[in-house]
Design a protein around this ligand. Structure first.
Ligand code: FPP
Length: 244
């Protein structure tokens, strides 16, 4: 017997949709005496690793919080650095998402983003649109309240035009008017870095999600940490408000 304890295998029933708040990049860099942007770079690289791993083990939907509607409050230098990393990532994704069967979608308000970035986002979405593998949602300038507000506005417009009646508005209609329309809600939401908040991420979709908070900072969050999160998830009893 070796000195290392063998990890238990992954459960047969995996979460269908995993969402991740990629937190702790700044602290990761600070601990090493590096600029915060070095943490974001390492965080973006880790996202690449985790996407490939989740695809390999058979996770069908994944959502990553890359930039929130509140992140504009950071210094101009930091915002620029994150936008540059995003641009690099999108250029690479444009190649890579043609070769894999994964599909990429962007969620969030694009109207205020750099048109060059938006053009890349549209191209990545379009080259992967008919792929049938895992769906990767990237949240950029995303905020849950903003998403629900936009859905209300859309629905109100339809009421005004007379195509629907207020009594027709139900939960399914709201789900159909948000960015993740047609996708299952996240089963598991992971937030590393020791923060215990949702921070306006998928607030509609998270109604019955399981949460996994981890002390590890995102750049250090490994495939082993993900395995552990999935095993912990599989030991939870999801009751969706009922009794089991
Ligand atoms: C939170 O860490 C992270 C962000 C606000 C941005 C996440 C961005 C990336 C992973 C890189 C760019 C993304 C892509 C898709 C290429 P924090 O800065 O709040 O960390 P802290 O709490 O330790 O300060």
């Amino acid at each position: 017997m070796g000195i290392f304890k063998k990890e238990a295998p992954l459960p047969a029933e995996l979460p269908q949709h995993i969402a991740i708040i990629m937190d702790g990049n700044g602290r990761w860099a600070k601990k090493r005496g590096l600029p915060r942007t070095a943490g974001h770079k390492k965080g973006a690289n880790n996202m690449r690793t985790i996407i490939d791993y989740m695809n390999k083990i058979g996770i069908r939907y994944m959502t990553f919080y890359a930039f929130s509607t509140e992140n504009w409050k950071r210094s101009q230098d930091e915002v620029n650095a994150i936008m540059d990393l995003l641009k690099d990532y999108l250029e690479e994704a444009l190649e890579r998402f043609q070769e894999t069967d994964m599909r990429m979608r962007f969620i969030g308000d694009r109207s205020v983003l750099n048109p060059e970035l938006v053009d890349l986002m549209e191209k990545v979405e379009s080259v992967s649109a008919d792929h049938t593998g895992a769906v990767v949602n990237m949240a950029i300038n995303y905020g849950g309240r903003q998403e629900i507000t936009a859905a209300c506005r859309n629905i109100a417009q339809k009421v005004k035009e007379g195509s629907i009646h207020p009594d027709d508005i139900d939960e399914d209609m709201i789900s159909a008017n948000i960015f993740t329309a047609g996708q299952p809600d996240p089963d598991l939401i992971i937030r590393p870095s020791g923060e215990y908040r949702l921070s306006n991420f998928l607030i509609w979709q998270a109604a019955y999600s399981e949460f996994l908070f981890d002390e590890v900072l995102w750049p250090d969050f490994s495939t082993k940490d993900l395995d552990r999160a999935i095993r912990e998830y599989s030991n939870r009893q999801r009751r969706f408000g009922g009794v089991k």
